[in-house]
Design a protein around this ligand. Structure first.
Ligand code: ZN
Ligand code: CU
Length: 480
């Protein structure tokens, strides 16, 4: 009898490739999958019975803001409870490193709660994450807005000069050398709104040299979305980098139905360029509270406010009525604050999810007092609601979009498949009951039907609570 550390017996394996479920035992030795063999053939002193369950690769949450949550909250229950074993951090232009200025400002405070968690170099930051021994893995993008703040200080309302671009490019180059996996931009947000296409394309140049990816929270996800897609694809081409468009959506009632334009445009561009996108399975988005966004939302919920207590979780319109002012005036009084915006069409969300270029990213914001339910619900919602209930795609394809496909797109080696030699990142779930339980009213709630989650061979979620495993790693560019 081979001395395996763990054997997961009698499960139905969804191996991540998208092929049909098959019955098999899966054995683990150290941090790797050792064997995948017919049921009843593998034994260990430590066995997990997976009869009636699906054994899948651990899910990869490709769009997160968990950079410092991995340090402050190393059990990462909001993600491990969904079967997520890797989070891609540093999205939307904001990363916690490299940061060389004394004041992190309002924008970065969204992802950084404690100043000691930022770091002057990516290498130093990665060391802080490792020292915290998080339960799950992190892979890290460098934010273009973060680079801008380093190079330009507070003076962000203009294009960068050639020498500032050089500073940003060098910082990116060093960070990639130290293991960051790519760069994100957030041209939609004030710190980067004034940046030109040329600026971003020039800063992004090191991506081509190191094999990094480019992710984009595009300049416009509303009326001008097609133009923004062209800009994003151009930056990818000029940098020689694969493109991932973040949280693809057509925002605002006047843009409902426009997936009919954007999805064929993606399909066409994917023929000549490496392009993909991520989606979260909800019709509401969430970010900072911005007056410019109020008019295109059907409903706005407050997620936090530093100025007015007791408003998190409430409708902005109700808060405004109580203050006896307009919602715009109320938004001013709550600043700084965060919000949820109901601004998408359900049919659009479904067609985006089902597109061959789509993978799943939660975009959850870990420090919000009343977060968007996507923080705790995204992956079980795709499996339970969209795959099982609505039959948008087969379960095996839902798993593929959460595992092997993102692993390939983000260049995460030896992850995302149930295959001998791959890392033992695994999720055992009940296909008949898996579902999200987090709601807009009660957003902090672990999913149902996720039994056991392992990361690098350690149990990180079991029977509805953290499993105690703390073997998460920093996944560095170029590692195998
Ligand atoms: Zn974003
Ligand atoms: Cu984001």
């Amino acid at each position: 009898m081979a001395d395996y550390d763990i054997v997961i017996r009698n499960g139905q394996v969804a191996d991540g490739s998208g092929k049909s479920l098959f019955a098999a035992d899966v054995s683990i030795k150290g941090d790797r999958i050792a064997a995948v063999e017919p049921p009843g053939t593998l034994r260990s002193d430590n066995e997990i019975d997976a009869a009636g369950r699906v054994v899948a690769p651990g899910f990869i949450d490709v769009h997160t803001h968990d950079d410092t949550a991995l340090i402050d909250n190393p059990a990462m229950a909001m993600k491990a409870s969904q079967g997520v074993t890797t989070v891609v951090c540093g999205n939307c232009g904001a990363s916690a490193a490299p940061f060389v200025r004394p004041d992190i400002g309002h924008f970065l405070s969204l992802i950084v709660k404690k100043k000691e968690n930022i770091a002057g170099s990516f290498g130093e930051f990665a060391g802080k994450v490792e020292a915290a021994r998080p339960a799950i893995n992190g892979a890290f993008l460098i934010g273009h807005s973060t680079l801008r703040m380093n190079a330009m200080g507070e003076d962000l309302g203009r294009k960068a000069t050639a020498s500032e671009i050089a500073v940003m490019r060098d910082l990116l180059d060093q960070s990639l050398e130290q293991g960051a996996i790519g760069m994100s931009s957030g041209l939609f947000y004030p710190p980067a709104m004034a940046a030109s296409t040329d600026e971003v394309a020039e800063v992004a140049k090191p991506l081509g040299k190191w094999g990094g990816v480019y992710t984009a929270h595009m300049r416009d996800e509303g009326d001008d979305i097609l133009k923004s897609m062209d800009e994003t694809f151009e930056i990818g081409r000029r940098a020689g980098a694969p493109v991932i468009v973040s949280h693809h959506k057509c925002a605002g009632r006047s843009n409902f139905g426009r997936m009919k334009e954007t999805l064929p445009k993606f399909s066409e561009a994917m023929k000549s360029q490496e392009i993909a996108f991520d989606v979260y399975p909800y019709v509401a988005g969430s970010t900072i509270l911005r007056k410019e966004m109020l008019d295109r939302a059907d409903r706005v919920l407050i997620t936090w406010s530093d100025t007015v207590q007791g408003v998190a979780g409430r409708d902005l319109s109700a808060v405004a009525a109580e203050m006896d002012c307009s919602i715009h005036e109320a938004a001013d009084r709550l600043q700084p604050a965060g919000a949820i915006y109901f601004m998408m069409d359900e049919k659009d969300v479904q067609s985006a999810l089902a597109h061959p270029g789509a993978m799943i990213g939660s975009d959850g914001i870990p420090f919000d007092s009343h977060p968007h339910p996507r923080l705790w619900g995204t992956f079980p919602r795709v499996l339970g609601h969209y795959a099982r209930e609505l039959k948008l795609f087969p379960l095996e394809d839902a798993v593929r979009r959460m595992t092997s496909y993102p692993a390939q797109r983000f260049r995460l080696a030896s992850r995302g498949e149930v295959r001998p030699g791959f890392y033992a990142d695994l999720c055992v779930f009940d296909p008949a009951t898996v579902i999200d339980t987090a709601t807009f009213e009660r957003p902090i709630s672990p999913a149902s039907g996720i039994d056991t989650v392992l990361c690098n061979g350690e149990v990180v979620w079991r029977d509805g609570k953290p499993g105690g495993g703390r073997g998460g790693r920093v996944l560095r560019r170029g590692e195998v």
